[in-house]
Structure formats: structure tokens, C-alpha cells
Design a protein around this ligand. Structure first.
Ligand code: SF4
Length: 250
């Protein structure tokens, strides 16, 4: 049996283990985005997968699964008390573009998926206007459990949770990280003095990757005038990805 057979066998074992832990795992061989972490049902008990998984997390797909499993069991900050489902993020494990917001809202919490409410609809339109599809990018948040009344996470909540985000970024290695608003900008740049109103549209660096901050879709819903500068920022993202704007009607 060659190395590839070993990897395939181990992935199959992992799928079975994840299914046993209540997690959906979708692997599409035919697409360039072969791995999607689907919503996790909340379990207050620690997943048996984490303790008994005999498969070493060698491939990035395995490790994203591992991170999502750890998030489902995490009680490292008080946000765990108000959640229904954890929201680890979703999208391509090979995404060149990663969007990061502050935290899940009520609808995200109910579905276990990021950006599914009104802000999510706007984000989907923004992604499609860039000539991309949601499953070509990766979408996640700084904190993985619901933020009550859409308040920003506290610094202690960010500190407790941001290890998960940093591990996701390290595995996916996107070309561009697009940070929505102050929370991901400050968390990733490790600087609480930064402000999105002055930093948006700038090319920053995070661990060798380009980080471009812009306004959060929620902010755009309440401040339509901010859509124009946000779109300029997204065009900069496209330029950095080496992509051109899709032709209208094309
Ligand atoms: Fe754990 Fe993050 Fe949820 Fe807090 S927000 S309980 S650190 S997963």
C-alpha cells in the first residue's frame, strides 16, 4: 500500500469518527475546494473524537476538522454559556482569500454557519460582485460563539479565542486576509489603538500574508454611504489576488 492509499484510508477513518461525533464532513474531489467544515451541533461534553482519534492531524484538512472539534468543546470564555451552536467557519481549505468578522450573531448561532443573516446576504453579494463564490473563500470570525446583542467581544474573549483563528489561518495560508471592522483588525495586528476608519483599504502584513481591513457588512447595512469605500477596498483585494473585476453581464 502506497502513501496515497494510507492518506485516503486515514481520511475515511476521520470521516467516520467525525460522523460519530455529530459532525458533517463534505469532501468533494471534483472541485478545487475539496474541504468544507459544516456546522457543528453543540455538545456540552467534550467530543470523544478529540480524545480517541487515532489519526495524526498530518494533512491540513484533518487539522481544520480538529480545530472545529476543539471549538465545539471549548468553554474557555463566558460566551459558551449563551451559545446554541459553535460557528467555526466555512469555506475552502485552500482559499486564497479569507474573510474574518468579529463573532457570530443570533442567526449564525442558530445555524452554526458564519454570516447567514442580512449581513451574510450582503457579504455573499460582495463576494459574487468580485467574481467569486462563497465556497471559494473561507469565512470565519475572531470569536466562535455568539455575541449577545451584537456587541463587540471583550479583549479577554478575543484573547481566549484567537488561537483558533490563528491556527485556521496558518493551515489555510490565504494570500489575502480581509478583516471586517475593528475587532479582527486589532486582534490580528495585536494593536488595540488601530481604528478601521483610518486603516481601511491599507495593505498590512500578518505573518507574511497581506491583510486588508475594510468595513464590516453589518456596518454597511446601517451606513450605506460606506459601501463605496468598502467596494474600493475589495477591488484592492482583487488586484492583490491578481484577479480582474468580472465584466458586467458576463
Ligand atoms: Fe471558546 Fe471561543 Fe467560544 Fe470562548 S468564544 S467559548 S474561547 S470557542
Amino acid at each position: 500500500m502506497n502513501e496515497r492509499d494510507d492518506i485516503v484510508r486515514n481520511l475515511k477513518q476521520l470521516v467516520e469518527l467525525d460522523r460519530a461525533a455529530g459532525m458533517e464532513f463534505i469532501w468533494k474531489e471534483s472541485t478545487p475546494a475539496p474541504f468544507v467544515v459544516a456546522p457543528l451541533a453543540l455538545s456540552s461534553a467534550r467530543s470523544p473524537t478529540a480524545a480517541k482519534n487515532p489519526v495524526a492531524p498530518a494533512a491540513s484538512a484533518d487539522s481544520l476538522t480538529q480545530i472545529a472539534t476543539e471549538i465545539a468543546a471549548c468553554r474557555a470564555c463566558g460566551l459558551c454559556d449563551g451559545r446554541n451552536k459553535t460557528v467555526p467557519g466555512e469555506g475552502s481549505a485552500r482559499a486564497e482569500l479569507l474573510f474574518v468578522g468579529d463573532g457570530p450573531d443570533e442567526q449564525d448561532d442558530a445555524s452554526g454557519r458564519p454570516f447567514v443573516g442580512a449581513a451574510g446576504d450582503l457579504l455573499t453579494k460582495m463576494i459574487e460582485a468580485m467574481g467569486l463564490k462563497r465556497d471559494q473563500v473561507f469565512i470565519t470570525n475572531v470569536v466562535k460563539c455568539r455575541l449577545p446583542e451584537q456587541r463587540p467581544p471583550t479583549s479577554s474573549e478575543v484573547t481566549a479565542c484567537q488561537g483558533f483563528l490563528r491556527r485556521q489561518i496558518a493551515l489555510i495560508k490565504p494570500k489575502i486576509i480581509c478583516a471586517f471592522g475593528n475587532t479582527p483588525l486589532r486582534a490580528l495586528m495585536n494593536d488595540n489603538t488601530l481604528d478601521i476608519s483610518t486603516m481601511r483599504g491599507k495593505k498590512l502584513t500578518f505573518n507574511g500574508m497581506t491583510l486588508i481591513p475594510t468595513f464590516h457588512p453589518n456596518f454597511l447595512l446601517n451606513n450605506p454611504a460606506a459601501k463605496k469605500p468598502c467596494w474600493e477596498d475589495l477591488q484592492l483585494v482583487l488586484k492583490e489576488l491578481g484577479r480582474e473585476l468580472p465584466k458586467r453581464g458576463g
